[in-house]
Design a protein. Structure first.
Length: 883
């Protein structure tokens, strides 16, 4: 015997989701539980897949199976499909495994024809109702099965309403609807060349096929792509006895959530319409009433619905989204599913449900999607606001900001000091703009990628930022911004949504982020189960304190170059770089030393009792120098000015020569990282001295400091050997000078393939490894990130050449293999070698799962991602336990 393809509702259950679809499985489950569900049956997803496998032919015997189930349904209901005196009417509903609300098709009131409509009118004594149902059926069948545009039907109704001088559907009489039906049938004849099908069995067959077909309609395909739902699951079809919410004022239909899906508050949340059928609530034809009013209008029904919704929530142990209909004072449940919710609501509901004893802590932890938490942790656009989007760029740093447009950092600072909120708009930002970034609410640039200066700095500060918004034409001279025909001047109001990359005209209302009490609770539970430690990437005391507030257990990456980029230091850093002699360079370094020391003092105080990993200078030196083109412009101007200062000109020309000398063809692979430390040991020596002097200072205050010195970009063990010696020497000197003994560790970033491949050798010289997966991804793929993201990576992902952007989701097969090899080889040499990851992947849930599975000790991410990482680490531990 071939496999069963049609199940009566009482034959199924909630576990049969993949066969019956979510809707069918839940209708079956509710039927079993004795809830008032109109009877029916489900045609399986297997039948749908078979339909496609046979080139859109129904499986053999499927129609017989449907007829058998129908006969059973007729017995159950005491009605018969097509019976002119006692007609059975059914809905034919789509229902996929993963709910795709409204994406596929459903047909109501099937079984009506010119004869049965009269039977229904007599039986109910309500002709107006009967004709209303029939016109609805012709309309839906015409749209879904016959492919006639629905607006053509609506136009007919509008015309009739106009000729009767009425505004709303319920004001039309039985005769009016009869006239509508006649016009509908004429329309069908015109559009299809055939009369509206009168045989109910033929109607059913065609409706089933249409629902199968709707699996592949355009909106369903797009929805699946967006939510990564496989294309080959197929939809089930539910055939169900109709119940009628449109039988008068003792009838109605509605939708309700068992808890508020926006706030998570524990109250019934929903809407209903008196004297209406299913579609009317969502279609927006009439404005529905809030569910609370049902308590006044139908108190008994309200009470019963409340009880049932509680029962369903307890049964499924999750917030439910429920469809119901009231037919002449009797309540029916037509659908239940887990309700979609905001991050706020997700957290509150999960925690509340644990406290109510409905779910355990582990389930609660798995209920909240870490990706969604971004919504909570940044200021965001009020979801109810009306928006005017004028451009789109790269969503470089999430959160939203509104303010007045300014085009340079000085103005940003000045205006901010005067109490204005400003958005800094630049072609790109340089280290010199940092004070402007600090002063601004958000940053918008027309050039640069996700690792551009603006993006990195903004993310570090938790400040919204959009980069590479190429539609912007910025005129710095005129202080104007052109986007298409729109002109925005300095002082005009603009908003940016860094989470989506949307640039918005004017001011938009924002909502503040908050770590609610429930969120704190959930994170405490996460801390109980996770194995991975969570650290933060932080470069200054403020960020360090923020990270700690969010639960960071140390700093995994403190980038010292950000300290070099502060506006008042750039000139000294430039002196250091441009020095002709070692003496000159040392003089500049001596000026930087106290400044760096101060930075570390602040960070160490903020991280009292927790480890701090400090990476020595990493980027190529020319990043701190002015731009060649800007210099050229300046020099040309000076040359053309007759009475220009000759010394100034000479200075600039000298500078240009140096900048050109430092030029690199490929800076990412050039003179940077420990290569700087080896060629200019005095730079690293100054940094190490600043660190250890700071340690001695705060130790004397009683602060518990745990410094970890990290050498970047090591590819050969000899590099680390050299640098280790240097660090130890300086540390020894400082300890002698201050008389304070200091315990510290020395480790390295693993960010080029050779380091991972020779990790056993490198571990001889390292106390810890920190996988710098941003650079490791660049060097493994041979991509420069900014070029890749600007030029081809989008297409690569669209064409499925790569499954994901590897700079966002760790490429576990390639880059990940190097990471696990690095861990394994390193621990061969040093079993207790500490390992962590400090790329941006440290704050991404799938990458965190990988870090857990690979046995790393910690992940490190930006302060604002720490809560997300705590949750994701807990989920990783739980899923490893369960599998
Ligand atoms: P969707 O998945 O798009 O919500 P549904 O299959 O749930 O589509 O149906 C659309 C509307 O029709 C819903 O409001 C539903 O409650 C209503 N509906 C479906 N079946 C019946 C039925 N047997 N009786 C009354 N209303 C129904
Ligand atoms: Mg529905
Ligand atoms: Mg790096």
């Amino acid at each position: 015997m071939s496999e069963k393809r049609v199940y009566l509702f009482h034959e199924g259950n909630a576990q049969m989701r993949s066969l019956l679809g979510g809707k069918g499985a839940n209708l079956a489950e509710m039927t079993r539980a004795g809830l008032p569900v109109p009877p029916g049956f489900t045609i399986t997803t297997a039948a749908c897949n078979d339909y496609y496998a046979r080139g859109k032919q129904l499986s053999e015997g499927l129609l017989d199976e449907i007829r058998e189930a129908l006969a059973e349904l007729e017995t159950q209901t005491g009605k018969k499909l097509g019976d002119p005196f006692n007609p059975l009417l059914v809905s034919v509903r789509s229902g996929a495994v993963y709910s795709m609300p409204g994406m596929m098709d459903t047909i109501l009131n099937l079984g009506l024809n010119d004869e049965t409509v009269e039977g229904l009118a007599q039986l109910t004594g309500n002709p107006r109702f009967a004709y209303d149902c029939y016109r609805r059926f012709i309309q839906m069948f015409g749209d879904v099965v016959l492919g006639i545009d629905h607006y053509r039907f609506e136009r007919i109704i509008e015309n009739v309403k106009e000729s009767r001088g009425v505004k709303h559907d319920p004001e039309l009489s039985a005769d009016d609807w009869k006239q509508v039906i006649a016009s509908f049938q004429k329309l069908v004849q015109e559009q299809t060349g055939a009369a509206f099908p009168q045989d109910p069995h033929e109607q059913l067959r065609r409706a089933v096929i249409a629902v199968f077909d709707s699996w592949n309609n355009q909106r369903a395909v797009i929805y699946r792509k967006l939510h990564k739902i496989p294309d080959d699951l197929g939809t089930a079809v539910n055939v169900q006895m109709m119940v009628f919410g449109n039988m008068g004022d003792d009838s109605g239909t509605g939708v309700a959530f068992t808890r508020n899906p926006s706030t998570g508050e524990k109250t019934l949340y929903g809407e209903f319409l008196i004297n209406a059928q299913g579609e009317d609530v969502v279609a927006g034809i009439r404005t529905p009433q809030p569910i609370a009013q049902l308590a006044e209008q139908m108190p008994e029904i309200y009470k019963q619905f409340q009880e049932i919704s509680q029962r369903l929530e307890h049964h499924y142990r999750d917030m439910q989204d429920i469809e119901f209909t009231v037919e002449r004072g009797k309540l029916f449940i037509l659908q239940t599913r887990a309700g979609k919710r905001t991050a706020h609501a997700a957290v509150k509901i999960a925690v509340d449900m644990v406290q109510e004893g409905i779910i355990d802590k582990q389930t609660a932890l798995l209920r909240v999607d870490p990706d969604q938490l971004n919504q909570i942790l940044h200021r965001r656009v009020d979801p109810d606001a009306q928006l005017e989007v004028v451009a789109k760029g790269l969503p470089a740093s999430p959160g939203a900001a509104s303010g007045q447009v300014v085009f340079d950092a000085d103005t940003a600072e000045k205006w901010a000091n005067e109490g204005h909120r400003v958005i800094l708009v630049r072609p790109e930002t340089t280290p010199e703009d940092i004070h402007g970034i600090i002063a601004a609410e958000g940053v918008l640039t027309s050039r640069g990628g996700m690792t551009s200066h603006a993006a990195v700095v903004a993310r570090g500060m938790g400040k919204p930022c959009i980069c590479g918004c190429e539609e912007l034409k910025i005129d710095l001279q005129q202080k104007e911004l052109h986007i298409g025909d729109t002109v925005i001047r300095q002082g005009d109001r603009l908003s940016i949504d860094g989470g989506t990359g949307k640039v918005l005209l004017g001011e938009v209302p924002l909502i503040d982020p908050e770590l609610s009490g429930e969120f704190q609770t959930l994170l405490t539970w996460a801390d109980e189960v996770r194995k991975l430690k969570v650290r933060a990437n932080a470069d200054n005391p403020h960020d360090a304190a923020k990270a700690r507030e969010f639960g960071a257990e140390g700093i995994g990456l403190c980038r010292t170059e950000h300290m070099f980029m502060e506006a008042d230091r750039v000139p000294i850093v430039q002196e250091m770089i441009l020095a002709e002699t070692l003496e000159e360079r040392q003089a500049a370094l001596d000026k930087l030393l106290p400044m760096q020391r101060e930075d570390f003092v602040g960070i160490f105080r903020a991280m009292d009792g927790l480890p701090v990993t400090i990476r020595l200078l990493d980027p190529p030196l020319h990043e701190f120098l002015p731009d060649v083109e800007e210099l050229l412009v300046e020099i040309t101007r000076l040359r053309m000015t007759p009475d220009a200062d000759k010394r100034e000109l000479l200075k600039k020309e000298n500078l240009l020569r140096k900048v050109r000398a430092l030029h690199e063809f490929n800076p990412m692979l050039g003179h940077r990282g420990c290569r700087l430390g080896i060629i200019h040991p005095e730079i690293y020596a100054m940094q190490v001295r600043a660190i250890f002097e700071a340690v001695s200072l705060v130790k004397k205050e009683g602060v518990d400091v745990q410094p970890e010195i990290m050498i970047p970009l090591v590819g050969h063990v000899n590099e680390l050997h050299e640098m280790r010696k240097l660090v130890e020497e300086v540390a020894e000197q400082v300890q002698q000078e201050t008389g304070v003994s200091i315990s510290y560790t020395i480790g390295t970033m693993i960010e080029v393939p050779r380091a991972a491949l020779t990790a056993d050798q490198i571990a001889e010289e390292a106390d810890f490894f920190s996988f710098g997966t941003n650079d490791l991804t660049q060097t493994t793929f041979g991509y420069s990130r900014d070029d890749a993201e600007g030029k081809f990576l989008h297409q690569y992902v669209d064409q499925k050449i790569l499954p994901d952007n590897p700079f966002i989701t760790l490429d576990t097969e390639g880059v990940g293999k190097l990471v696990s090899m690095g861990v394994q080889l390193g621990r061969q040499t040093k079993p207790d070698l500490k390992t962590g990851i400090c790329g941006e992947h440290g704050g991404e849930k799938r990458s965190i799962q990988f870090c857990h599975d690979t046995g790393l000790n910690y992940v490190s991410c930006s302060p604002f991602r720490v809560p997300l990482a705590r949750l994701a680490a807990a989920q990783a531990a739980l899923s490893a336990e369960r599998s």
